[in-house]
Ligand binder design. Structure first.
Ligand SMILES: NC(=O)c1ccc[n+]([C@@H]2O[C@H](COP(=O)([O-])OP(=O)(O)OC[C@H]3O[C@@H](n4cnc5c(N)ncnc54)[C@H](O)[C@@H]3O)[C@@H](O)[C@H]2O)c1
Length: 327
Protein backbone atom coordinates (compact mmCIF):
# COMPACT_ATOMS: atom_id res chain seq x y z
CA UNK A 1 0.00 0.00 0.00
CA UNK A 2 1.37 3.40 -0.99
CA UNK A 3 0.75 5.88 1.81
CA UNK A 4 0.80 9.67 2.01
CA UNK A 5 1.45 11.22 5.42
CA UNK A 6 -0.14 14.63 6.03
CA UNK A 7 1.57 16.48 8.88
CA UNK A 8 5.18 15.98 9.91
CA UNK A 9 4.97 17.24 13.51
CA UNK A 10 5.34 15.32 16.79
CA UNK A 11 2.91 12.51 15.99
CA UNK A 12 3.49 12.52 12.22
CA UNK A 13 7.09 11.55 12.91
CA UNK A 14 5.91 8.58 15.00
CA UNK A 15 3.52 7.40 12.30
CA UNK A 16 6.23 7.65 9.63
CA UNK A 17 8.19 5.01 11.56
CA UNK A 18 5.16 2.67 11.65
CA UNK A 19 4.31 3.15 7.94
CA UNK A 20 7.88 2.69 6.74
CA UNK A 21 8.47 -0.22 9.12
CA UNK A 22 5.40 -2.21 8.04
CA UNK A 23 6.06 -4.96 5.49
CA UNK A 24 2.94 -4.10 3.44
CA UNK A 25 3.18 -0.29 3.35
CA UNK A 26 5.50 2.28 1.81
CA UNK A 27 5.78 5.91 2.90
CA UNK A 28 5.46 7.47 -0.58
CA UNK A 29 4.97 11.16 0.25
CA UNK A 30 4.91 13.60 3.15
CA UNK A 31 3.24 17.02 3.37
CA UNK A 32 3.48 19.80 5.91
CA UNK A 33 2.59 23.48 5.58
CA UNK A 34 5.87 24.07 7.40
CA UNK A 35 8.15 22.95 4.55
CA UNK A 36 11.31 22.17 6.60
CA UNK A 37 9.35 19.66 8.71
CA UNK A 38 8.14 17.78 5.61
CA UNK A 39 11.59 17.91 4.00
CA UNK A 40 13.40 16.53 7.05
CA UNK A 41 10.94 13.66 7.52
CA UNK A 42 10.74 12.77 3.82
CA UNK A 43 14.54 12.71 3.56
CA UNK A 44 14.76 10.31 6.50
CA UNK A 45 12.50 7.76 4.80
CA UNK A 46 13.23 8.38 1.09
CA UNK A 47 9.72 9.79 0.51
CA UNK A 48 8.67 12.68 -1.74
CA UNK A 49 7.63 16.09 -0.40
CA UNK A 50 4.26 17.13 -1.79
CA UNK A 51 1.37 19.35 -0.71
CA UNK A 52 -1.62 17.71 1.02
CA UNK A 53 -3.77 18.48 -2.06
CA UNK A 54 -1.23 16.84 -4.39
CA UNK A 55 -1.07 13.70 -2.24
CA UNK A 56 -4.86 13.44 -2.11
CA UNK A 57 -5.14 13.94 -5.90
CA UNK A 58 -2.52 11.28 -6.70
CA UNK A 59 -4.29 8.11 -7.88
CA UNK A 60 -1.24 5.95 -7.16
CA UNK A 61 -1.57 6.66 -3.41
CA UNK A 62 -3.90 4.18 -1.69
CA UNK A 63 -4.17 5.59 1.82
CA UNK A 64 -3.46 8.76 3.78
CA UNK A 65 -2.57 9.19 7.41
CA UNK A 66 -3.75 12.57 8.72
CA UNK A 67 -1.47 13.87 11.49
CA UNK A 68 -2.02 17.59 10.94
CA UNK A 69 -3.37 20.12 13.46
CA UNK A 70 -6.87 19.24 14.71
CA UNK A 71 -8.71 22.08 12.91
CA UNK A 72 -7.76 20.57 9.52
CA UNK A 73 -8.92 16.96 10.15
CA UNK A 74 -12.53 17.12 8.92
CA UNK A 75 -11.69 18.86 5.66
CA UNK A 76 -8.86 16.43 4.92
CA UNK A 77 -11.01 13.35 5.76
CA UNK A 78 -13.68 14.63 3.36
CA UNK A 79 -11.20 15.36 0.55
CA UNK A 80 -9.27 12.09 0.95
CA UNK A 81 -12.37 9.87 1.04
CA UNK A 82 -13.80 11.73 -1.98
CA UNK A 83 -10.57 10.84 -3.80
CA UNK A 84 -11.04 7.14 -2.96
CA UNK A 85 -8.40 6.85 -0.23
CA UNK A 86 -8.55 4.80 2.95
CA UNK A 87 -7.87 7.13 5.91
CA UNK A 88 -6.32 6.86 9.34
CA UNK A 89 -6.85 10.22 11.06
CA UNK A 90 -5.48 11.37 14.39
CA UNK A 91 -7.85 12.25 17.23
CA UNK A 92 -9.96 14.28 17.71
CA UNK A 93 -12.10 14.31 14.55
CA UNK A 94 -12.53 18.09 14.83
CA UNK A 95 -12.67 20.93 17.34
CA UNK A 96 -16.42 21.26 16.68
CA UNK A 97 -18.94 18.45 17.15
CA UNK A 98 -21.21 19.94 14.50
CA UNK A 99 -18.37 20.00 11.97
CA UNK A 100 -17.38 16.43 12.90
CA UNK A 101 -20.95 15.23 12.33
CA UNK A 102 -20.99 16.90 8.89
CA UNK A 103 -17.68 15.19 8.11
CA UNK A 104 -19.14 11.82 9.12
CA UNK A 105 -22.05 12.30 6.72
CA UNK A 106 -19.69 13.17 3.85
CA UNK A 107 -17.34 10.25 4.61
CA UNK A 108 -20.30 7.81 4.74
CA UNK A 109 -21.46 9.07 1.33
CA UNK A 110 -17.93 8.67 -0.06
CA UNK A 111 -17.86 5.09 1.23
CA UNK A 112 -14.14 4.82 2.03
CA UNK A 113 -12.86 3.30 5.29
CA UNK A 114 -11.89 5.83 7.99
CA UNK A 115 -10.18 4.95 11.26
CA UNK A 116 -9.57 7.38 14.15
CA UNK A 117 -6.23 7.20 15.98
CA UNK A 118 -7.26 6.15 19.47
CA UNK A 119 -3.93 4.38 19.89
CA UNK A 120 -4.47 3.35 23.51
CA UNK A 121 -6.76 0.50 22.41
CA UNK A 122 -3.61 -1.06 20.92
CA UNK A 123 -1.47 -0.78 24.06
CA UNK A 124 -0.61 -4.39 25.04
CA UNK A 125 -1.76 -3.99 28.67
CA UNK A 126 -5.02 -2.24 27.79
CA UNK A 127 -5.71 -4.73 24.97
CA UNK A 128 -5.13 -7.63 27.42
CA UNK A 129 -7.55 -6.00 29.89
CA UNK A 130 -10.18 -5.69 27.14
CA UNK A 131 -9.70 -9.33 26.07
CA UNK A 132 -10.05 -10.56 29.67
CA UNK A 133 -13.16 -8.44 30.14
CA UNK A 134 -14.72 -9.65 26.87
CA UNK A 135 -13.99 -13.23 27.93
CA UNK A 136 -16.18 -12.63 31.01
CA UNK A 137 -13.32 -13.03 33.48
CA UNK A 138 -14.66 -10.37 35.90
CA UNK A 139 -18.35 -10.89 35.19
CA UNK A 140 -20.43 -7.79 34.55
CA UNK A 141 -18.43 -4.54 34.45
CA UNK A 142 -19.74 -2.09 37.04
CA UNK A 143 -17.17 0.57 37.97
CA UNK A 144 -14.41 1.80 35.66
CA UNK A 145 -11.62 4.15 36.79
CA UNK A 146 -9.24 5.68 34.23
CA UNK A 147 -6.16 7.66 35.28
CA UNK A 148 -4.27 9.73 32.73
CA UNK A 149 -1.62 12.21 33.89
CA UNK A 150 0.91 13.81 31.54
CA UNK A 151 4.43 14.55 32.84
CA UNK A 152 4.04 18.23 31.90
CA UNK A 153 1.83 20.56 29.89
CA UNK A 154 2.30 21.12 26.13
CA UNK A 155 3.50 24.52 24.84
CA UNK A 156 0.94 27.34 25.14
CA UNK A 157 0.83 27.63 21.33
CA UNK A 158 -0.49 24.03 21.23
CA UNK A 159 -2.89 24.57 24.16
CA UNK A 160 -4.50 27.54 22.39
CA UNK A 161 -5.44 25.52 19.26
CA UNK A 162 -6.07 22.18 20.99
CA UNK A 163 -9.76 22.64 21.77
CA UNK A 164 -9.14 22.32 25.52
CA UNK A 165 -8.27 19.47 27.87
CA UNK A 166 -11.48 17.50 27.23
CA UNK A 167 -11.31 17.51 23.41
CA UNK A 168 -7.53 17.19 23.23
CA UNK A 169 -6.46 14.99 26.15
CA UNK A 170 -9.42 13.38 27.89
CA UNK A 171 -10.87 12.37 24.51
CA UNK A 172 -8.56 9.32 24.72
CA UNK A 173 -10.18 8.37 28.05
CA UNK A 174 -13.71 8.96 26.71
CA UNK A 175 -12.78 6.47 24.00
CA UNK A 176 -11.46 3.98 26.58
CA UNK A 177 -14.82 4.31 28.36
CA UNK A 178 -16.90 3.69 25.22
CA UNK A 179 -14.62 0.75 24.35
CA UNK A 180 -14.91 -0.89 27.78
CA UNK A 181 -18.41 0.19 28.89
CA UNK A 182 -20.05 -0.01 25.47
CA UNK A 183 -22.18 2.83 24.15
CA UNK A 184 -22.76 6.37 25.28
CA UNK A 185 -23.10 7.53 28.88
CA UNK A 186 -26.37 9.00 30.02
CA UNK A 187 -24.83 11.85 32.05
CA UNK A 188 -21.52 13.70 32.09
CA UNK A 189 -20.32 15.67 35.14
CA UNK A 190 -16.98 17.48 35.04
CA UNK A 191 -15.01 19.41 37.64
CA UNK A 192 -11.89 21.16 36.41
CA UNK A 193 -9.19 23.61 37.59
CA UNK A 194 -6.07 25.32 36.38
CA UNK A 195 -3.42 24.39 38.95
CA UNK A 196 -0.36 23.56 36.84
CA UNK A 197 0.08 26.72 34.78
CA UNK A 198 -1.97 29.92 35.27
CA UNK A 199 -1.46 30.72 31.56
CA UNK A 200 -3.61 27.68 30.73
CA UNK A 201 -6.37 29.13 32.90
CA UNK A 202 -5.98 32.56 31.28
CA UNK A 203 -6.44 30.88 27.87
CA UNK A 204 -9.83 29.59 29.11
CA UNK A 205 -8.63 26.01 29.50
CA UNK A 206 -8.02 23.64 32.43
CA UNK A 207 -5.05 21.43 33.33
CA UNK A 208 -6.60 19.30 36.08
CA UNK A 209 -9.96 17.58 35.67
CA UNK A 210 -12.23 14.83 36.98
CA UNK A 211 -15.21 13.51 35.05
CA UNK A 212 -17.93 11.12 36.14
CA UNK A 213 -19.94 9.29 33.49
CA UNK A 214 -23.11 7.44 34.42
CA UNK A 215 -24.89 4.88 32.24
CA UNK A 216 -28.61 4.20 31.93
CA UNK A 217 -28.28 0.86 33.78
CA UNK A 218 -26.46 2.44 36.75
CA UNK A 219 -22.85 1.64 35.81
CA UNK A 220 -20.32 4.41 36.52
CA UNK A 221 -16.96 5.47 35.05
CA UNK A 222 -14.56 8.07 36.44
CA UNK A 223 -11.68 9.73 34.65
CA UNK A 224 -8.89 11.80 36.23
CA UNK A 225 -6.60 13.96 34.08
CA UNK A 226 -3.68 16.21 35.01
CA UNK A 227 -1.17 17.95 32.79
CA UNK A 228 1.51 17.40 35.46
CA UNK A 229 2.81 14.29 37.17
CA UNK A 230 6.27 14.81 38.67
CA UNK A 231 7.11 11.11 38.24
CA UNK A 232 6.32 10.73 34.51
CA UNK A 233 3.39 9.51 32.38
CA UNK A 234 0.71 7.90 34.55
CA UNK A 235 -1.63 5.71 32.50
CA UNK A 236 -3.74 3.20 34.38
CA UNK A 237 -7.10 1.48 34.16
CA UNK A 238 -8.97 -0.27 36.96
CA UNK A 239 -12.17 -2.12 36.07
CA UNK A 240 -14.32 -3.60 38.82
CA UNK A 241 -16.83 -6.26 37.84
CA UNK A 242 -19.32 -8.53 39.60
CA UNK A 243 -16.72 -11.33 39.80
CA UNK A 244 -13.42 -9.52 40.20
CA UNK A 245 -11.23 -6.67 39.04
CA UNK A 246 -8.83 -6.01 36.16
CA UNK A 247 -5.97 -3.54 36.56
CA UNK A 248 -3.62 -2.28 33.85
CA UNK A 249 -0.68 -0.62 35.53
CA UNK A 250 2.06 1.73 34.31
CA UNK A 251 4.88 0.53 32.09
CA UNK A 252 8.08 1.30 34.01
CA UNK A 253 11.41 2.46 32.58
CA UNK A 254 12.89 -0.82 33.82
CA UNK A 255 11.82 -3.71 36.02
CA UNK A 256 14.42 -3.31 38.80
CA UNK A 257 13.10 -3.37 42.36
CA UNK A 258 15.60 -2.35 45.01
CA UNK A 259 14.92 -3.58 48.55
CA UNK A 260 17.17 -2.26 51.33
CA UNK A 261 16.88 -1.24 54.96
CA UNK A 262 15.75 2.18 53.67
CA UNK A 263 12.73 0.76 51.85
CA UNK A 264 11.60 -0.83 48.60
CA UNK A 265 11.95 1.29 45.45
CA UNK A 266 11.53 0.87 41.70
CA UNK A 267 11.79 2.76 38.42
CA UNK A 268 9.50 5.59 37.30
CA UNK A 269 6.82 5.12 34.64
CA UNK A 270 8.02 5.59 31.05
CA UNK A 271 8.31 9.34 30.50
CA UNK A 272 5.55 10.18 27.99
CA UNK A 273 3.46 8.92 25.07
CA UNK A 274 6.39 8.57 22.69
CA UNK A 275 7.95 6.04 25.07
CA UNK A 276 4.87 4.31 26.51
CA UNK A 277 2.80 4.01 23.36
CA UNK A 278 5.42 3.30 20.66
CA UNK A 279 4.33 -0.38 20.39
CA UNK A 280 0.69 0.78 20.38
CA UNK A 281 1.24 3.10 17.38
CA UNK A 282 2.83 0.24 15.40
CA UNK A 283 -0.02 -2.12 16.35
CA UNK A 284 -2.56 0.57 15.44
CA UNK A 285 -1.08 0.92 11.95
CA UNK A 286 -0.98 -2.86 11.53
CA UNK A 287 -4.66 -3.10 12.53
CA UNK A 288 -5.54 -0.40 9.98
CA UNK A 289 -3.58 -2.19 7.24
CA UNK A 290 -5.27 -5.53 8.00
CA UNK A 291 -8.76 -3.99 8.05
CA UNK A 292 -8.20 -2.19 4.74
CA UNK A 293 -6.80 -5.36 3.13
CA UNK A 294 -9.66 -7.57 4.33
CA UNK A 295 -12.45 -5.01 3.97
CA UNK A 296 -13.35 -5.58 7.65
CA UNK A 297 -14.92 -2.90 9.86
CA UNK A 298 -12.32 -0.36 10.99
CA UNK A 299 -10.99 -1.21 14.49
CA UNK A 300 -11.87 2.36 15.61
CA UNK A 301 -14.57 3.97 13.49
CA UNK A 302 -15.23 7.58 12.57
CA UNK A 303 -18.61 7.19 14.32
CA UNK A 304 -16.74 6.34 17.53
CA UNK A 305 -14.51 9.38 17.02
CA UNK A 306 -17.61 11.59 16.77
CA UNK A 307 -19.23 9.89 19.79
CA UNK A 308 -16.12 10.55 21.93
CA UNK A 309 -16.17 14.18 20.81
CA UNK A 310 -19.82 14.49 21.89
CA UNK A 311 -18.81 13.42 25.41
CA UNK A 312 -15.85 15.85 25.34
CA UNK A 313 -18.16 18.68 24.36
CA UNK A 314 -20.57 17.79 27.20
CA UNK A 315 -17.67 17.66 29.67
CA UNK A 316 -16.47 21.09 28.52
CA UNK A 317 -19.96 22.49 29.06
CA UNK A 318 -20.28 20.78 32.45
CA UNK A 319 -16.92 22.15 33.67
CA UNK A 320 -17.84 25.67 32.57
CA UNK A 321 -21.42 25.71 33.92
CA UNK A 322 -21.10 23.44 36.95
CA UNK A 323 -24.08 21.43 35.69
CA UNK A 324 -24.46 17.73 34.92
CA UNK A 325 -25.12 17.30 31.20
CA UNK A 326 -27.57 14.65 30.01
CA UNK A 327 -26.68 13.28 26.58
N1 LIG B 1 -2.76 9.79 19.36
C1 LIG B 1 -1.83 10.43 20.01
O1 LIG B 1 -1.20 9.89 20.91
C2 LIG B 1 -1.52 11.87 19.65
C3 LIG B 1 -0.38 12.45 20.20
C4 LIG B 1 -0.08 13.77 19.83
C5 LIG B 1 -0.91 14.44 18.96
N2 LIG B 1 -2.03 13.84 18.47
C6 LIG B 1 -2.93 14.55 17.52
O2 LIG B 1 -2.21 14.69 16.29
C7 LIG B 1 -2.44 15.97 15.72
C8 LIG B 1 -1.09 16.68 15.53
O3 LIG B 1 -0.51 16.87 16.79
P1 LIG B 1 1.06 17.10 16.96
O4 LIG B 1 1.32 17.02 18.41
O5 LIG B 1 1.83 16.25 16.02
O6 LIG B 1 1.13 18.63 16.51
P2 LIG B 1 2.33 19.38 15.79
O7 LIG B 1 1.97 20.81 15.85
O8 LIG B 1 3.65 18.91 16.30
O9 LIG B 1 2.24 18.86 14.26
C9 LIG B 1 1.19 19.19 13.38
C10 LIG B 1 1.82 19.48 12.03
O10 LIG B 1 0.79 19.63 11.04
C11 LIG B 1 1.21 20.66 10.14
N3 LIG B 1 0.00 21.10 9.41
C12 LIG B 1 -1.01 21.88 9.84
N4 LIG B 1 -1.95 21.99 8.87
C13 LIG B 1 -1.52 21.26 7.81
C14 LIG B 1 -2.05 20.94 6.51
N5 LIG B 1 -3.23 21.42 6.12
N6 LIG B 1 -1.31 20.13 5.68
C15 LIG B 1 -0.11 19.66 6.08
N7 LIG B 1 0.44 19.92 7.29
C16 LIG B 1 -0.26 20.70 8.14
C17 LIG B 1 1.87 21.69 11.03
O11 LIG B 1 2.74 22.55 10.29
C18 LIG B 1 2.63 20.78 12.02
O12 LIG B 1 3.96 20.51 11.57
C19 LIG B 1 -3.41 16.70 16.65
O13 LIG B 1 -4.71 16.56 16.13
C20 LIG B 1 -3.28 15.96 17.98
O14 LIG B 1 -4.50 15.95 18.72
C21 LIG B 1 -2.33 12.57 18.78
Amino acid sequence: MKVGLLGAGRIGQVHAVSIAGHPESTLAAVSDVHAPAAEALAAKFGAEVRSSDEIIADDSIDAVLIATSTDTHSGLIEAATAAGKAVLCEKPVDLSLERARACLAVAQKNGQPVMIGFNRRFDPSFAALKSAFDAGEIGKGELLAVTSFDPGPPPMAYVKVSGGIFRDMMIHDFDICQWLMGGTPETVTAKASSLVDPEIGKAGDFDTAVVTLTYSDGRIATIRNSRRAAFGYDQRIEYLGSEGMLEAKNMLENQLVKSTAAGVTGAKPMHFFLERYMPAYAAEWDAFMKAVASGARMPVTLEEGVAALAVAEAATESAKTGKTITL
